[in-house]
Design a protein around this ligand. Structure first.
Ligand code: ZN
Length: 261
């Protein structure tokens, strides 16, 4: 499943193509499970003022305060093509966005992506904002472990399996460490590693797994920098201990020696 840095990369690729352009037509090939207030006639021939990314949504802002929020879900993807090369019979195709000189295709194998039209911009908290600071979060008195909070999409939207595992390993924090046991130094380490790993994931254009590719079918290279994610039972790159895993949880890999509770 794409995490926040893959979505940011994708947004940066689509942005220069669509801003100040008009969508001539949107065609629904096959609906998604989650669609809300979709009325594509409303945006026909309207100018796209700006393309935003908020958490894991890519949002098209049109004239007249109309916003189209799109979410990749588990297996959504955007690709670019031309009218000449358009193959409407390609598997899993959901929507076709027709522009003057190109077309954008939204495909989704499982159909858990979502499309929604609204009249205002989503203002969800965003971990990629420069001013995102874990110190200011209202979480530190909770009797919960950091693993579950870091994967709570309301608190750290877009942080999924690989980012979570790599952030905690970098900060040398055990995934089962309780929030109430974080001292100021732990919080600072956590904040530092969060920013560092997000930045690395942005620089490498995210990770490419078997089911996800960027526009134009490109791949990211973050997977080459994984230190714990996907390395269960392999030796820790720092101390040589075998990488362990919280029972059955995806992305809960950790070094039992380097990462402290
Ligand atoms: Zn270690």
């Amino acid at each position: 499943m794409p995490e926040i840095c893959e979505v940011e990369t994708l947004k940066n690729q689509i942005k220069p193509l669509v801003e100040n352009k008009k969508i001539i037509k949107i065609e629904t090939v096959k609906s998604l499970f989650k669609e809300k207030n979709l009325n594509f006639n409303k945006i026909k021939n309207l100018n796209i003022i700006k393309l935003h990314r908020v958490a894991k949504k890519i949002i098209f802002e049109f004239d007249k305060n109309i916003f189209l929020e799109t979410h990749l879900g588990m297996t959504g993807s955007w690709t670019i093509s031309t009218l000449k090369n358009l193959n409407k019979k390609q598997k899993h195709l959901r929507y076709i966005f027709y522009f003057e000189n190109f077309i954008l295709l939204f495909s989704d194998i499982r159909g858990f992506g979502s499309f929604k039209m609204t009249d205002c911009l989503d203002t969800t908290v965003d971990v990629l904002n420069d001013n995102f600071d874990v110190n200011s979060l209202n979480i530190w008195t909770k009797d919960k472990i950091i693993y579950s909070v870091l994967h709570d999409q309301k608190i750290f939207p877009g942080v999924g399996a690989y980012l979570g595992a790599e952030i905690l390993f970098d900060a040398k924090i055990h995934p089962e460490k309780k929030l109430i046991n974080f001292n100021q130094k732990d919080k600072e380490l956590f904040q530092f590693s969060l920013k560092k790993i997000l930045l690395l994931a942005l620089k490498t254009k995210g990770a490419s797994f078997s089911d996800y590719k960027h526009l134009k079918e490109e791949t990211g290279s973050m997977q080459n920098f994984f230190k714990v994610y996907g390395r269960v039972n392999l030796p820790c790159l720092i101390c040589g201990s075998l990488i362990n895993k919280l029972d059955k949880k995806r992305g809960s890999q950790f070094c039992p020696v380097c990462q402290k509770k």
